[in-house]
Design a protein around this ligand. Structure first.
Ligand SMILES: Nc1ncnc2c1ncn2[C@@H]1O[C@H](COP(=O)(O)OP(=O)(O)OP(=O)(O)O)[C@@H](O)[C@H]1O
Length: 265
């Protein structure tokens, strides 16, 4: 059951308002009428057994797939129905389950390319090197340097992305998302494939980002990591929310335990 004490809003404002969102794939109901309100500054974990609908939920928020029903608002503005680029431009950045980097490009270029896609000056500006395009480029470089500093990759800025360790590649993905200066950061299984040391390091980084004010929605199968990072956890099962509360409340919830043990149909 929801733990009202810890699930209380940090303030009354809602950053992301998901109302009655459903998604079908043919006859399969992947998401059934979900209501989720995310408040500024939250670190919210999204868990659930395989096939529960977590990735579908992320894809819907990011605009990669459309809703079948319901609506999503960011800061009061409707974003459901917009393209992924428009949604990213409005302040939702994401990382992917599978690392998506440009291997031969430098660490800095990988961050810049993410930013350019959304904050590009007009084609005219780029060709004729207008003042505006120049200023935008300088700002992008400055932001890219700052986010690389923040994730601990500043000293590897000039290296090709392929030369980074697996853990650092995951950090680079996060840096690229942060370079969009998002209001909401969606992290899709960031610990996948990591060793325990890399997981601990990344957990620390995510907690630091949240402490500095970043609102985070995290899908993660590693229970220790997700429970350590999140202040609130939502559990999905067969496309429905079966629990929403503090990590402790969710861990002790009978319905959740049964769902993970396969006892709930
Ligand atoms: N494009 C699609 N076409 C048809 N069915 C889909 C599609 N995408 C997802 N599904 C189905 O929707 C349900 C939810 O899948 P989803 O990938 O969102 O679950 P998940 O919780 O992210 O699972 P996992 O933890 O394994 O990544 C599953 O039954 C899946 O087979």
């Amino acid at each position: 059951m929801p733990d009202q004490a810890t699930a209380l809003p940090l303030d009354d404002k809602v950053l992301l308002d998901v109302k009655g969102v459903g998604r079908r794939f043919g006859g399969l109901v992947a998401l059934a009428n979900l209501d989720v309100a995310i408040r500024p500054g939250e670190a919210l974990g999204l868990i659930g057994p395989n096939g529960a609908g977590k990735t579908t939920f992320f894809n819907i928020i990011a605009g990669a797939i459309p809703v079948s029903s319901g609506s999503i608002h960011l800061d009061g503005e409707q974003i459901s129905g917009l393209s992924p680029d428009r949604i990213a431009g409005k302040g939702i950045a994401r990382t992917f389950q599978n690392i998506r980097l440009f291997d031969e490009m430098s660490v800095l270029e990988n961050v810049l390319i993410g930013r350019h896609r959304f904050f590009r000056a007009s084609l005219f500006g780029l060709i004729f090197r207008t003042k505006k395009a120049h200023a935008e480029e300088n700002l992008s470089k400055e932001v890219a340097r700052q986010v690389l500093e923040r994730v601990g990759l500043a000293d590897k800025m000039a290296q090709p992305a392929r030369s980074l360790s697996y853990g650092d590649q995951r950090r680079l993905e996060i840096a690229r998302a942060l370079a969009l200066e998002p209001k909401l950061l969606l992290l899709d299984e960031p610990m996948a494939g990591m060793n325990p040391t890399e997981k601990a390091d990344l957990s620390r980084l995510i907690v630091e980002l949240n402490r500095s004010g970043m609102t985070i929605l995290l899908i993660e199968h590693d229970m220790k990591a997700v429970m350590g990072i999140s202040k609130r956890v939502i559990v999905l099962h067969h496309g429905e929310i079966i629990a929403d509360g503090s990590p402790d409340a969710v861990r002790a919830d009978r319905t959740v335990i049964d769902a993970y043990l396969g006892r709930r149909g």
